[in-house]
Design a protein around this ligand. Structure first.
Ligand code: PAF
Length: 283
């Protein structure tokens, strides 16, 4: 696996060799098996077509503009050597660590351009974390422009982010294919997340209750009727529930029931650590 400290260095290296198609996995580092699943899927798809030589490229950039809490940005773990080892084992060809200066040559903007994709950007994470998706969209747009990928891989755990990136791609990158990859879970059911490492041992055990409660809602014959009970049980156990809602999986609207299309979404805080998750209804 090749490692570069900037997109400029990678682009220089590429122009000397054969230009391969790019399958791209953008990340903020602190990688775990959820990220490995994205890279493995990119590798699997790349290897499936011997006629189309592909480079599986991963970027690691902790994007300051998508943290609405400065403390959250400061607390975000940087684990570059562990990340490189995980990416090599998962089958990446290239990892790029761009600097803040390369990504934001005129300095880190105080705010990013506002993105209004209707309910996609205004509900749930959009409502709880003002400015977060503005920062995500502007950095993803810039990463796509630098890497020019034909496929980009995003985890379903951040379902709302995935829906927003799909919309961005429809509007601005018509030859790019967004590939969703299923959430990877710990054996307890807890969705893998870089934030899990900040949970105390006791809270990490307790955190499995989130997926258990969400699954009960998702599998119930009338999910919306039992949301309140799930919230009550989580709060009694010490979770601070920001939202637990049943919405349409594509529009993210609180739409009338459509069989096969609805999902349960939640964001909670446990011991100061924010966790999000989602499940399809009816499975
Ligand atoms: O999901 C993430 O890790 C980030 O939001 C992304 C897509 C890499 C943009 O910074």
């Amino acid at each position: 696996m090749k490692r570069f400290g900037s997109f400029a260095a990678w682009i220089g290296d590429r122009s000397e060799g054969r230009m391969l198609e790019v399958f791209f996995v953008p990340t903020m580092g602190a990688l775990h098996q959820g990220h490995a699943a994205l890279v493995k899927e990119a590798r699997r798809m790349a290897d499936a077509d011997a006629l189309r030589p592909v480079e599986v490229v991963v970027s690691i950039f902790i994007n300051p503009t998508q943290f609405n809490e400065p403390g959250d940005f400061m607390a975000y773990p940087a684990t570059p050597e562990e990340d490189v080892a995980l990416l090599a084992a998962a089958g990446a060809d290239t990892v790029i660590f761009p600097s803040v200066d390369e990504m934001y040559p005129s300095g880190i903007p105080g705010t990013s351009d506002m993105v209004d994709f209707g309910a996609l950007t205004s509900v749930m994470e959009g409502a709880m974390r003002p400015g977060h998706f503005d920062g995500v969209v502007s950095v993803v747009r810039s990463l796509f422009k630098k890497t020019q990928p034909t496929s980009a891989f995003f985890g379903e755990k951040d379902w709302q982010q995935l829906a927003i990136v799909q919309r961005l791609v429809e509007l601005e990158f018509d030859t790019l294919d967004v590939v969703p990859v299923q959430t990877v879970r710990e054996s307890s059911g807890l969705a893998m997340s870089s934030r899990n490492s900040r949970l105390s041992e006791a809270d990490r055990k307790k955190a499995s209750m989130l997926s258990a409660e969400m699954m009960k809602v998702a599998r119930h014959a009338r999910p919306r009727a039992v949301v309140g009970f799930a919230v009550e049980r989580l709060e009694r156990a010490g979770f601070e529930v920001e939202y637990l809602e049943v919405r349409h999986g594509l529009t993210l609207a609180e739409a009338p029931w459509e069989p096969g299309a609805m999902r349960v979404f939640a964001a909670v805080c446990l011991g100061g650590v924010r966790l999000i998750d989602n499940f399809p209804c009816g499975n």
